[in-house]
Ligand binder design. Sequence first.
Ligand code: CIR
Length: 256
Amino acid sequence: MTRRVSDAIGRCELTHLDRQSIDLSRARAQHCEYERALERLGCRIEPLVDASDLPDAVFIEDAAIVVDELAVVTRPGASSRRPEIAAVASALDRYRVVRRIEAPGTVDGGDVLVIGKSVFVGRSSRTNDDGIHQLRNILSPFGYDVCAVQVDGCLHLKSAATSLSVDKLLVNPSWVSLDAFARFDFVEIDPVEPLAANIVRVGEGFVYPAAFPRTLERLERGGFRVVTVDVSELAKAEGAVTCCSIIFRDYSGTPR
Ligand code: CIR
């Protein structure tokens, strides 16, 4: 599931970056390139309704967490982003039972790293303890182990750690303690590319920003099959690659 780049992206939330002008048509072209890369890895793209007045709507990952058994629609930490969730909830309703994070809880999907039945949740400027508690209550009956992880110096947990396989993570250890991930092996980003720990995994294929050639070299040396995309305009809005999609299995039409 993806959502088109809003006309209003120039008014996006920014936490760690200074505002730079974003070329809208270039951002849209890059977003299309990203969607094509996902298709090459076997995804079917379902674009959501336009949200021309919602600056950050393209970063759809933050609006929901989808696992096999259900979807959890979040309550984003930035209040400007809360109007994004209505359309995401109704689109997901066709695929999953939908649960919600309620006030005073806040969760951004960018803080939620799901690997099998392990769910790591960043405690960040966007995701609070009440939100983590609610997420644990929703997911634990389905056998998920929800573990809070402190995140410092970056926007979301997935700015600091994403999955390369069931037992290997791509990490920036300056932003998250690796103690939380005791059972994992790691590929560390090249230190001159601090934002390089965010990668999209679809099965054994990957979509990754072209902006991090040194870390890409480490990944390729490790045998990972990576498709690169230029997402430089979206990066000006503090968007990474995982945040531009919600990836899940389509069981609709399959009796479960
Ligand atoms: C925000 O600050 O909310 C957006 N400008 C960027 C969100 C990026 N989301 C993500 O990495 N999951």
